[in-house]
Design a binder for this molecule. Structure first.
Ligand code: ADP
Ligand code: MG
Length: 246
């Protein structure tokens, strides 16, 4: 079981951004991606999730061996992909509770209704875990949320949807240290042998709390270096200068 990216080439408006990227995330593992701004990290996460701004010209995205490249974004979500966005969108007029409920309802077989009492009970329990005030249930999704509140809300969605593969794009940016610990606890509580994580970050700080099994460096649309957790520490110390001399 794995999320596997094979020789992925993708472009936006005719500019090639991903240039033959390979990555395998076996279920049970946490992989971190670091790399300079503009190297294509967010593009990779959005392409896996099915964002239609990007044109995939070559390569495959395999979820447990099945190519999902042709699936629409909602089908990928139901297949078990979840993306916590670097810049979460605001959805005015849709309450957080209704949004989550609709997303979960969409996962049920035709004709089956979500149990409202159980849903609220579960949502409140998860919000307590994430130390989120209940007032966030009735507020419109992300509307007027602070940067940190948006990131925490992404993690609430992730925990509620219970995905197979979780993609986190700079979830740590905008979080203060207490919020970071809470979010990391939420992520760590989801770690299991049946679930894989791709964690995009610039900072070792997040990886102090979410320990990665593998760390990859992305530059100019490719993975240029891979290693263990110690690679992130090395990068923190020496930066990406080695890319220029390589
Ligand atoms: P990273 O997340 O590593 O900082 P991105 O994946 O956001 O990098 O962006 C990689 C490159 O692709 C950047 O040069 C960015 O400007 C460009 N890019 C990404 N998405 C779009 C888009 N929708 N339209 C135009 N250019 C884009
Ligand atoms: Mg990015």
């Amino acid at each position: 079981m794995s999320l596997t990216i094979e020789n992925l080439h993708a472009s936006v408006d005719g500019n090639e951004i991903l240039k033959g990227l390979n990555l395998e995330i076996p279920a049970g593992e946490v992989h971190a991606i670091m790399g300079p701004n503009g190297s294509g990290k967010s593009t990779l996460s959005k392409i896996i999730a099915g964002h239609d701004d990007y044109e995939v010209s070559e390569g495959r995205v395999l979820l447990d061996g099945v190519d999902i490249a042709k699936l629409a974004v909602d089908e990928r979500s139901r297949a078990g992909i979840f993306l916590a966005f670097q810049y979460p969108a605001e959805v005015p007029g849709v309450s957080n509770a209704n949004f989550l409920r609709a997303a979960l309802q969409a996962r049920l077989p035709e004709g089956e209704e979500i149990d409202a009492v159980a849903f609220y009970k579960n949502m409140y329990a998860k919000m307590d875990e994430l130390e989120m005030n209940r007032k966030f249930t009735s507020r419109s999704v992300n509307e007027g949320f602070s940067g940190g509140e948006k990131k925490r809300n992404e993690i609430l969605q992730m925990i509620m949807l219970d995905p197979r593969y979780c993609l986190l794009d700079e979830t740590d940016s905008g979080l203060d240290i207490d919020a970071l610990k809470v979010v990391a606890k939420g992520v760590n509580s989801m770690r299991s042998e049946n679930r894989g994580f791709l964690v995009i970050t610039h900072y070792q700080r997040l990886l102090d709390y979410i320990k990665p099994d593998h760390v990859h460096v992305m530059a100019d649309g490719q993975i240029v270096k891979s290693g263990g957790a110690e690679l992130a520490l090395k990068l923190e110390e020496s930066g990406y200068d080695f890319l220029k001399t390589a």
